[in-house]
Write a protein of this length. Structure first.
Length: 267
């Protein structure tokens, strides 16, 4: 190997090491030796609870973007849904789903978490907060139910719940929008009892947890006509900040970058 080639290779090695050091200092999305994003211990951990029919897979992109910002993220899938759909049975209810999230928090020894719920996930995180408020730093509802004590999805929906019952078969609400034969991941049948069981609230410590509501409003539509407008109003009545995101009901897909920025800025 001639001297010029050796000199060139040496220069490239030095430049590569130097640029790596500079990148580690400039960019927050630091990479460890396993290729994982490094966690900033000064930042809280996010626990994200998905909505009905879905699974934790729906927030995979959101997790990746949060990790790029240095956050640790957990996405528990609720029993009978997502990759746990093989555990589905008609007796799965809201209490089952509370235990899913509570046990994830307890067994992972998580504290000072940001507990996030999307859609039906708002029912779940509300119940979780009243069971283990000491573990929660902040709550964020993403176009989600904000229940009062003793309410269920059924009671909140009132006469509108008939549209859900039209989907019912053998104790499950069948997602008719999923084409036959579509490969996973996709929405799966949701247990009816998760919608009919009331949530139990009443822990005074839970009411002191700060919360933010992210209301998804499609551009060009009237916010008051949205399915979750009444819950955004409930959030305002609780004194919570209500943020508007230009998106359909699923900003984790239609506006993930903006959603992650809102999560990042509001804990």
């Amino acid at each position: 190997m001639n001297k010029k080639l050796k000199s060139l290779l040496f220069t490239l090695v030095i430049f590569s090491c130097f640029s790596g050091l500079v990148s580690a200092q400039i960019f927050p999305e630091l990479i460890d030796d396993r290729g994982d994003y490094l966690i900033d211990d000064s930042k809280p951990t996010f626990v994200i609870v998905h909505g009905a029919w879905g699974g934790s897979w729906a927030f995979r992109d959101v997790e990746q973007r949060l990790r790029q910002k240095g956050y640790d993220v957990y996405r528990p899938s609720l029993t009978g849904l997502g990759e746990r759909h093989h555990l589905a049975h008609k007796d799965v209810n809201l209490s089952t789903h509370l235990e899913d999230v509570i046990n994830a928090i307890l067994f992972e020894e998580l504290e000072d978490i940001i507990l996030v719920g999307h859609s039906y996930g708002g029912m779940v995180i509300s119940g979780v907060a009243h069971r283990i408020p000491e573990r929660i730093k902040k709550m964020i509802y993403i176009d989600a139910f904000v229940p009062d004590d003793g309410e269920s999805v059924e009671s909140i929906q009132g006469e509108n719940f008939e549209r859900f019952m039209a989907m019912e078969k053998n104790g499950f609400l069948i997602p008719g929008w999923v084409p036959a034969g579509q490969p996973f991941p996709h929405d799966v049948p949701h247990p009816l009892k998760a919608f009919t069981e009331p949530v139990t609230l009443g822990n005074e410590d839970a009411y002191r947890i700060p919360a933010t509501y992210i209301h998804a409003v499609e551009p060009g539509t009237d916010p008051e006509e949205g399915n979750f407008y009444r819950h955004a109003e409930r959030a305002r009545q609780h004194g919570w900040p209500v943020l508007i995101i230009d998106s359909d009901h699923n900003p984790q897909w239609s506006a993930p970058e903006n959603l992650v920025e809102m999560l990042h800025q509001n804990w």
